[in-house]
Design a protein around this ligand. Structure first.
Ligand SMILES: [Zn+2]
Length: 76
């Protein structure tokens, strides 16, 4: 049985790449039994979504800035 420290490390790792099947199953079993780690897993998901949304927003702001600059350069 995983302890909470191992479980949180694996949850973070699973954001980078898929876990080996046996490891993923051990993690799932831990999550069924441990509400603290279930919370951490949920928060990790929220954090990932927020980071992606922020990164998308940053892309759009950069593009809008480039378009504004191009318009100014063309004297619009
Ligand atoms: Zn735990």
């Amino acid at each position: 049985m995983l302890n909470c420290q191992e479980a949180t490390r694996l949850m973070s790792e699973s954001q980078e790449h898929p876990l080996p099947l046996a490891t993923a199953i051990s993690l799932r079993m831990h999550l069924v039994l441990c509400s603290g780690c279930r919370n951490f897993d949920r928060q990790l998901g929220v954090l990932r979504q927020a980071t992606r949304a922020f990164a998308r927003g940053a892309d759009e702001r950069a593009r809008a800035g480039r378009e504004r600059k191009a318009d100014e350069d063309e004297g619009r």
